[in-house]
Design a protein. Structure first.
Lengths: 496, 496
């Protein structure tokens, strides 16, 4: 069987082939599997557990900032998509299209074929601005109906040609926020509030540092006035977009004729935002932290934070260790502790399996530990071992160790980013820093602000402008390609 | 605007037109709205909040019983559906079919048309047995890989011709569990464990009593050996199926060739179950409890359990009431309390609005209340008012009142079902009890066990066999139609 064969295969080391390491790891750790449907994946329980933790954390932050969840149909009438000119241009090519209902016997090949043609084809949502703004047109009449702060957790479809597990698949899971406001200022504030929610989530939960800032005209969302982005850096030096928040101005309100009565008794079009993160975050998480042994998960997102491995197969050893293990099972419940008492596998085999799975802390408990009144703790990110006293408050010690690990993972990623962010002054320097292929970190360089120059750089180097970064002070200079004036350096990188 | 017009309209009383009452109420309380896509609905935040509470409660119970969540593609190859003969017969007619990707300009009518035909059409999952059992075939090799206990929260598509908000829509949300086992006994035990989880959820959270039991051959799931069902009774005397749990035997394992090595070193096909509940539960909840004033929600599923309405518009009244209201806002946070201080609306108007929304408890707090050292509590289900001392533990009093209300709602529904469950001995009695149309409660009657008789009764009376109930002792008799022997009475009703 295909899987059995894959299971026997080791994970390709990062240094040998980073792309293969990623795929091997996602499959071997059972985060996901390929599906029989081209371009789609199965998110297995280990991967879905991560998504649940991400969803719960984000959902809590959305609710704290006044948002509520809803659900809109996945089917979008073709004519809706056509109403906003840029939007349809951005998404038309990658739509999945439903044209029929029902199946009937197909006498020619003994199989089944679509039966009834729909009156009009339906698109599977690539994103939901159009259907949501149609509904907002029904719900909004006066400034008293504003703001509307709605989020949706849903599947979306984009018929991508080149796919990769978690990073780009034809169907994926995401959340999409869609808000409606009485003023431009309020809508811009919403877009940046969400950017900050996303930043906090990436840094405090995923332990992934992100650059934030505006996208260029060429890179922004189809239908947006402004797109704010979060850009992380993978271990192989590529940028990975971790989320976007769009200020849509009145574009969708105009396309769907959504006006409201202002407090001053005039009528105006409604201002909008939309914003989203997807299961792609799981790919980013793996790419930023994991190693050749397997997953390295930040404690705040790990489904199980601790695994206890009792050591010793002899009856007298077991008798000594068992009561301690039972105590740990009870005391460490808040950490969703796993106790691995399977006698058919050696401790070494178990250690490797749980390292592959990315459990943050391993507790080893053998005869010597019990006799010495201690437990041995091993940290997944560093491999460091230490002992803690059995007599003390074990849960508090574990909590402390997990906090240290969460913080250390973030700091390590921050240091990595600092070491892989370079300022370049000339196009030659830029090309040399990038190298012929692969990731080369973030490059800060001056750019003249034109799409023509941006496209030329992309064509010649395969690097794109990731954002106009918030994190670096504006400092005037001259474009590395044209020598034209530039108000600030922008961030370039090759990206996923 | 269509909505504004609907908003002004009162809710049709149940006695006048129950179906219209239901639709008016769902729209007016903003649980849901019609969508521009035929047969689909928008679940608005008030409705989605209910679904979130349902999901969280059920998800907790699934996890307690060892299940984990995953996500499988929504797209199903047509040939997969065809592999299980009964399954394809049951679902072929109601599939949504994706045949193309991409859109291109359509010069003939100035719009857009589907661009690239897929190599092979894809079905949008009506349920996921086929794609999941294809994957289980990759994952299962030995008895050590069993059991697999996976659940999925997802949208599904069934191209229904007659639709109704929440009860029957072309796209709906649900959970579907799919488990794999080494023995038939284990799989049957799983199916009945889940039936009990569903029963507890319906009765303890929804406060909706349910009859449980097996479906007949004619009514069981397409591809199942046995289907267990939960049947609730609406206020207009119709049965409503609240969930099903299927023992699938080896049907899907055989269709997808999924075998495993047993502990005895032989190979056998894997045994399966599947089970699901959907957003239809929201419709059942409304139909079982709500009244002419609006929603009546059981406290355990209400997003906001308490609303505080300060009374009095004069400054001196406000000064007296405000500190009490602020204290309540803090103390009642665990109940997700709403404080409605909007001065532009009268207390009576507010009371009606929150009654429409189904907030379980209303606290009125005016000058007289504060001076008397008390609060006035109004219960949504009965309309009863009582006072509680301001000096005491208000949160504890509220908790007690909510528990009493939860229990009272269940008891009322139980009494209603008892009053609307009748035993009939002859077909004439049966038809008279049913009346010419509409709901008439549950009828317990003897049936000869044949599909022919079942179909005849359905054609002549529009009543169906809801289940072979667990709740009534088997008692032999003679079929009301054919006079043939019958081992037990079965439950008939007209249904939604």
């Amino acid at each position: 069987m295909a899987t059995a064969k894959r299971d026997e295969k080791a994970i390709c080391p990062r240094a040998e082939d980073y792309a293969r390491w990623y795929t091997d790891l996602v499959l071997r750790s059972e985060l996901a599997d390929y599906s029989p449907v081209a371009g789609c994946m199965v998110i297995r329980p280990n991967g879905y557990g991560l998504w649940e933790k991400m969803r719960d954390a984000l959902d809590g932050m959305f609710k704290e900032t006044g948002h509520r969840n809803a659900y809109f149909p996945m089917f979008i009438p073709v004519e809706f998509l056509a109403k906003e000119a840029q939007h349809v241009e951005g998404f038309a090519m990658e739509c999945g299209v439903v044209t029929h209902s029902g199946l009937e016997a197909d006498p020619e090949n003994g199989g089944l074929r679509p039966k009834r043609a729909l009156d009009s084809p339906l698109v599977l949502r690539p994103t939901s601005e159009t259907i949501i703004w149609h509904m907002y047109g029904q719900w909004i009449n006066s400034y008293r109906d504003l703001p509307i702060l709605i989020n949706q957790w849903a599947n979306v479809v984009r018929w991508e040609m080149r796919t990769r597990l978690f990073l780009r698949t034809r169907e994926f899971l995401w959340q999409e926020g869609h808000t409606a406001h009485a003023t431009a200022a309020e809508a811009v504030a919403e877009a940046t509030t969400i950017l900050e929610v996303y930043r906090r989530f990436a840094e405090e939960y995923m332990a992934v540092p992100v650059l934030t800032g505006l996208k260029t005209e060429a890179e922004k969302f189809a239908g947006a006035v402004d797109t704010y982005t979060l850009e992380a850096l993978t271990q192989d030096g590529r940028a990975i977009q971790a989320g976007t928040s769009h200020y849509l101005g009145q574009n969708f309100a105009k396309a769907f004729d959504v006006t409201f009565q202002t407090a001053e008794n005039t009528r105006d079009f409604v201002y909008a935002t939309s914003w989203g993160v997807s299961t792609r975050l799981i790919g980013a998480l793996v790419m930023c932290h994991s190693d050749d042994k397997g997953l390295v998960l930040p404690p705040r997102l790990a489904t199980n934070q601790v695994v206890v491995v009792p050591i010793g197969r002899k009856d007298e050893e077991k008798a000594l260790v068992a009561p301690v293990v039972e105590r740990l099972r009870a005391e460490l419940k808040p950490f969703d502790v796993i106790v691995d008492s399977d006698d058919s596998k050696s401790p070494g085999f178990k250690f490797a399996e749980w390292e592959l799975r990315g459990i943050p802390l391993r507790i080893e408990c053998g005869r010597r530990d019990v006799e010495a009144g201690q437990l041995t703790l091993a940290r997944r990110d560093t491999g460091e071992k230490k002992t803690i006293p059995l007599a003390g408050d074990v849960a508090a010690a574990i909590r402390g160790e997990l906090d240290v690990m969460q913080q250390a993972m973030f700091q390590r990623a921050l240091d990595f980013r600092a070491a892989n962010t370079r300022t370049v002054e000339t196009y030659d320097e830029f090309k040399e820093a990038l190298g012929p292929e692969g990731g080369a970190g973030f490059l800060l360089a001056h750019w003249d602000g034109t799409t023509a120059t941006e496209k030329r750089i992309q064509e010649e180097t395969n690097a794109t402008i990731r954002c106009l970064p918030d994190q670096f002070p504006a400092e005037p200079g001259r474009c590395i390609v044209t020598g034209e004036p530039s108000a600030r350096r922008v961030v370039f990188a090759r990206s996923y």
